[in-house]
Design a protein around this ligand. Structure first.
Ligand SMILES: Nc1ncnc2c1ncn2[C@@H]1O[C@H](COP(=O)(O)OP(=O)(O)OP(=O)(O)O)[C@@H](O)[C@H]1O
Length: 233
């Protein structure tokens, strides 16, 4: 598929005096699944947070469907984030960002907060259950009582309930057993993109190798060129 969904140019970002990202450039087209791999602490999460305007300061351009959502900002983390979500970017944060007191079903419905998504929530939930059949059986269970892998599935499922065109999935396998990690990645690479796009960050290159359209490396806040290229999307 041609065209550019997201174009990041000269993006730098950090927290207070700390500069974490240095002049990041990359873009992603509709239909692409891009992996950004790098070790702990090298800036993967900060990159997602900067796209969502959740860092302390940033500068540089972030174009989403041709609209500038970046620019120079130094105050008010999160101030523009709801607008960015409404434009069509959904982020699954690292770790267990869940509401332990809600059931699986209630949790998924939280992701369908836009009007059109809410009206269509039953069908969307079914799609999530197809992707993660385990969750179908756990619809009424409290999310706080689930295993780490199940909670991660809920967290990803919540993002899929939205009207997003771009999914940012931050280290979906963090803290999971190898077998469960494999299942979560398999589900992620099987999600039909149909003109949407996905960026997945990961520390374990082997898990995503051969399963994504492109892979880039992040080291010390800089993106390095492609670390592999395969035909799958
Ligand atoms: N809120 C914050 N305030 C200050 N420094 C931060 C903050 N969040 C992250 N950092 C620092 O920014 C750097 C990059 O962290 P970041 O979380 O983006 O890396 P990462 O590659 O995603 O690794 P991780 O797997 O740990 O999330 C680290 O040195 C980290 O200590």
């Amino acid at each position: 598929m041609s065209g550019t969904l997201l174009a990041v140019r000269g993006l730098s970002a950090g927290y207070g005096p700390l500069r974490v990202l240095h002049d990041i450039d990359f873009s992603i087209a509709p239909g692409e699944r891009l992996a950004i791999v790098g070790l702990n602490g090298h800036g993967k999460t900060t990159l997602f947070r900067a796209i969502m305007q959740l860092v302390g300061w940033q500068r540089g351009s972030v174009l989403f469907e041709g609209k500038e959502i970046g620019g120079t900002r130094s105050l008010g983390e999160g101030r523009y984030t709801p607008g960015i979500v409404r434009l069509g970017i959904a982020m699954t944060p690292q770790g267990d960002a869940i509401f332990p007191g809600l059931t699986v079903r209630e949790h998924l419905d939280c992701g369908a907060h836009a009007k059109t998504a809410w009206r269509d929530r039953t069908r969307r939930r079914e799609r999530v259950y197809q992707l993660f059949p385990q969750l179908d059986e756990l619809q009424g269970a409290l999310v706080g009582k689930l295993s780490g892998g199940e909670r991660r599935m809920v967290s990803i499922g919540r993002a899929l309930m939205s009207d997003a065109k771009l999914y940012l999935i931050d280290e979906p396998t963090l803290g999971l057993a190898p077998k469960v990690s494999k299942r979560v990645i398999e589900a992620l690479v099987n999600i039909p993109l149909e003109g949407k796009a996905m960026v997945i960050t990961e520390q374990n290159v082997a898990l995503l190798s051969g399963a994504v359209s492109r892979m880039m490396g992040m080291h010390a806040g800089r993106l390095r060129g492609e670390v592999g290229h395969v035909g799958l999307a």
